[in-house]
Design a protein around this ligand. Structure first.
Ligand SMILES: Cc1cc2nc3c(=O)[nH]c(=O)nc-3n(C[C@H](O)[C@H](O)[C@H](O)COP(=O)(O)O)c2cc1C
Length: 204
């Protein structure tokens, strides 16, 4: 019997394992529209809410950047580049801007890495909060795979820029971690070699 009382041999385990192992990153340039429909979006977001969350702080949030707001994101990406390199060339700025338009559905994942006033004398550290966000993102990407959609995370220095922080109204306690890009798969990516379990598992 497994944790939900089903016979393992006849239960969903093979499908769950297949889903986990089949998921792989589809970067935004390999995605195409349409994005998920309303019902699919709800399923994907609902999966995020199933993430483990120490002390139920809900230490993360997801902000959709709808198509009519992509220009604002493009401006922030361009500004982020200029913050790092005031002498950035026109072509580099163009490339930075283009990243805002690629994904059919684009969400920014934001983590509240600490609280101004901790609720208890046992504060949940940033590492645990980021794990919670990571679990939420993985849940969402697995549902995308099950729906036949592609998904992938993208990050970069723009995440830490003042331009992006201002656009999304981040508080001093929040970090922009990465974008979650979702859509239909235009060009599948080649399989990557997964690490063997010996690479990350040992016994004390
Ligand atoms: C927080 C986070 C940020 C990422 N940002 C990028 C990125 O900016 N560009 C990119 O090509 N891949 C990015 N990735 C995706 C990884 O490159 C990808 O997961 C890795 O290549 C493994 O491939 P797989 O997801 O298909 O197993 C990111 C992954 C994580 C967890």
């Amino acid at each position: 019997m497994d944790a939900v009382g089903q016979e393992v041999s006849g239960g969903p385990l093979p499908q769950i394992e297949a889903l986990i192992h089949a998921r792989r990153t589809t970067l935004p340039k390999r995605l195409q529209g349409p994005g998920p429909d309303a019902a699919q979006k709800e399923r994907i977001l609902s999966a995020a809410s199933a993430a483990p969350d120490h002390q139920q702080l809900l230490p993360w949030r997801l902000v959709e950047v709808s198509q009519d707001k992509r220009e604002l994101l493009a401006q922030a990406f361009a500004q982020a580049l200029l913050e790092r390199d005031p002498l950035a060339q026109t072509e580099e700025i163009k490339q930075a801007r283009e990243k805002a338009f690629r994904a059919p559905w684009l969400l920014l994942a934001i983590c509240r890495t600490h609280d101004l006033v901790e609720a208890t004398d046992n504060p949940v550290p940033a590492s645990e909060r980021l794990v919670s966000l990571g679990c939420a993102l993985q849940n969402m990407m697995l549902i995308c795979s099950a729906l036949g959609l592609g998904s992938g995370l993208t990050s970069g220095k723009a995440m830490r820029s003042q331009a992006l922080r201002a656009l999304f109204g981040l508080s001093d306690q929040e970090e922009a971690v990465c974008c979650l890009n979702i859509g239909h798969i235009r060009a599948p990516r080649e399989n990557r070699q997964r690490p063997s379990t010996e690479a990350f598992f040992s016994s004390l």
